[in-house]
Design a protein around this ligand. Sequence first.
Ligand code: RET
Length: 298
Amino acid sequence: MIVHKSNCIMLEAAAAEMVTLAQFGFPLEMTQPEIFQEVQDDVVLNASFWANIALAGLSILLFVYMGRNVDDPRAQLIWVATLMVPLVSISSYTGLASGLTISFLEMPAGHALAGEEVLTMWGRYLTWALSTPMILLALGLLAGTNMTKLFTIITADIAMCVTGLAAALTVSSYGLRWFWYFISCTFFLVVLYILLVEWPKDAEAAGTADIFNTLKILTVVLWLGYPIFWALGAEGLAVLDVAITSWAYSFLDIGAKYVFAYLLLSWVASNEAIIAERPAIMGTGAEAAEGTGTPADD
Ligand code: RET
């Protein structure tokens, strides 16, 4: 009897809490159609998704056309990796526009919007773990790097995206959100080191230094924008609102993906011979080291 009574009291309390939450307009557990409706109602946010769906679609068509005569296997691999970027992008933005990869998460104590449900575009971080390795694979092949550096940069990059996803999804502790962010930044430093220090030397040796350096600057400058906007956006310090942050990411994506891919593919299409001079399968770099007794393969 006593147990039943306490259960009743708990149920009443829970019901009262739900009524209060509903009165203040907080969504309790939002369904996908409700999230979709929220996205539809925010015209600026929705446009930041559809602008990229349109640009990704046009890029796919253009890049297929641009690569139609590429014959060399290494040049083809660069082309396939680059083509994957808008393909992943169109899927990513379709996930966001449909509300599939968006959640409303209640921010923990300490956050500027503590207790409020904040729109979190977690699908972005998830799909970056697929698109950014493609960008780095294409750049690494262009620079004629070895397998060791390519493996290092790609694993660090995937780790950066996954820990960034963890930062966005952690709602138990404000401090831990930033701790994830810090871990992600540490992986980002590995990516920047290889891009800025290792690969320029490789590209010099491969005869691709000019185009590599242009793409390196474009990549480093734009990629730095992502952690900055994460920190300023609703998920971080909440200085910028969700729609502005989404547009910031969308603009960065336009440069880091479509402009990047266009510049790379137009160079590859007209300089295939330079790429073809390098062997199609890369070594670990050990071949070049003295005294290993391993014959050089390049
Ligand atoms: C996050 C937050 C945590 C700290 C860092 C980040 C870096 C993200 C980057 C994303 C690049 C995305 C691109 C996508 C193209 O498809 C996850 C924002 C360091 C660098 C280029």
